[in-house]
Design a protein around this ligand. Structure first.
Ligand code: PMP
Length: 388
């Protein structure tokens, strides 16, 4: 690279460092019981999205090896559409109570492909201000007019819906559980608004898939809203402990997306081995109702303990419990100290969260023991107070 290009990159990196926003990669190897080795140090993993602690190695031992095939060879519309895709899509849709399901290579690709397929230049998107980056990127790609409403603010959303030009398609899009806050979207009220204003409702179930409903079908299903949410999106990378994204909804939607979603059309299909792993992992997660209950019980205990100690846990209502600290520097110090003491506590800073709301995002796993959690809480509370 030329010196000139090195210089502007260097100066951008320095400015990120000055603002406490510089990020770097840390080697992380999962260990049983919800632990992890990070940079050679053993830590309790309070930063994983494998919320149920589903163990793919164990599933493999129980159910046998996944079929070979680490390359699909082509996109789904060419020759990459392995019969395993059809099986997973049909059975998964049946479980969720939708007519159909369509696999994407990742949740990020589902959001960046589906939103531009649904709305374009002369349409409007209404997006909760705390929605995930992949939703924001999907909106940018769609070129639709974007109205960002304050977090869960239904009055502001309604004002914005009234401003949409006549004839414009309207898409309301929301996370079901907000990834950095652990708060929940008011799904019932959103469904009412979308009916009133003839909008489409799209719900990202990345952090609720596998965790709500009798078989982990997600929050939309658990709240009895399946027929009222046109587009359910999710990922197999979190509670399902595998990889890949999906869209669930009517057959017409699936047919439309196969023809219009560019991130579906123009990429190689997921490897058959991954689809097989997703299938087996999903089967295992369906039966994990005890773990689902355990996860929420542990999260409730964890959150309450932090609140009693006077900490700000934001709007958390689930297994994601932020410790909102405010400044980037303070958050980095707390994260560093906690990691030194064996708690994997990762600093989340802008632009992932709004300026001035830097935090440690704790995410619990059903397999964390009560003793380990109490051990971690003692350290979090002590270090949090030292840095207050
Ligand atoms: N939506 C939300 C709310 C997410 O948190 C994530 C992952 N961080 C995604 C979508 C993207 O999913 P994937 O990791 O499968 O790309």
């Amino acid at each position: 690279m030329s010196r000139q290009h090195m210089m502007w990159m260097q100066s951008e990196l320095e400015s990120l460092r000055e603002r406490g926003q510089y990020r770097s990669l840390v080697d992380s190897e999962p260990r049983p019981g919800g632990w992890v080795i990070r940079s050679g140090r053993r830590m309790l993993n309070l930063a994983s999205n494998q919320y149920l602690g589903t163990d793919l190695l164990q599933i493999r031992q129980e159910l046998g090896a996944f079929p070979a095939g680490m390359g699909a060879g082509a996109s789904r519309l060419i020759t990459g559409h392995h019969p395993l895709c059809t099986r997973l899509e049909e059975e998964f849709a049946r479980c969720k109570g939708t007519e159909s399901c369509l696999l994407f290579s990742s949740g990020y690709m589902a959001n960046t492909g589906v939103i531009p397929a649904l709305v374009g230049r002369s349409d409007c998107v209404f997006s909760d201000r705390l929605n995930h980056a992949s939703i924001i990127d999907g909106i940018v790609l769609s070129r639709a007019q974007c109205f960002r409403y304050p977090h869960r603010d239904l009055d502001r959303l309604e004002d914005q819906l009234k401003k949409a030009p006549r004839g414009a398609k309207k898409l309301i899009v929301t996370d079901s559980i907000f990834s950095m806050d652990g708060s929940m979207a008011p799904l019932r009220e959103l469904a009412e608004l979308k009916d009133r204003y003839e909008a489409i409702l799209m719900v990202d179930e990345a952090h609720s898939g596998g965790l709500y409903g009798e078989e982990g079908q997600g929050l939309v299903h658990a709240m009895g809203l399946t027929s009222r949410v046109e587009v359910q999106m999710g990922t197999f990378s979190k509670a399902y402990c595998a990889y890949g994204g999906y869209i669930a909804g009517d057959s017409m939607l699936k047919d439309y997306l196969i023809n219009k979603a560019r991130s579906f059309i123009f990429t190689t299909a997921l490897p058959p081995a991954v689809i097989s792993a997703v299938y087996q992992s999903w089967q295992s997660v369906r039966g994990h109702s005890v773990r689902r209950d355990e996860l929420q019980r542990k999260a409730e205990m964890f959150r309450q303990r932090l609140q009693e100690a006077g900490f700000d846990t934001g709007g958390s209502e689930c297994h994601i419990v932020p410790l909102v600290l405010g400044s980037n520097e303070k958050t980095l110090r707390v994260s560093e100290k906690l990691q030194q003491e064996g708690v994997a506590a990762v600093a989340i800073r802008p632009p992932t969260v709004p300026e001035g709301t830097a935090r440690i995002r704790f995410s619990l796993m059903a397999i964390h023991s009560d003793e380990d959690l109490k051990w971690a809480l003692e350290r979090i509370i002590r270090i949090g107070r030292e840095e207050a």
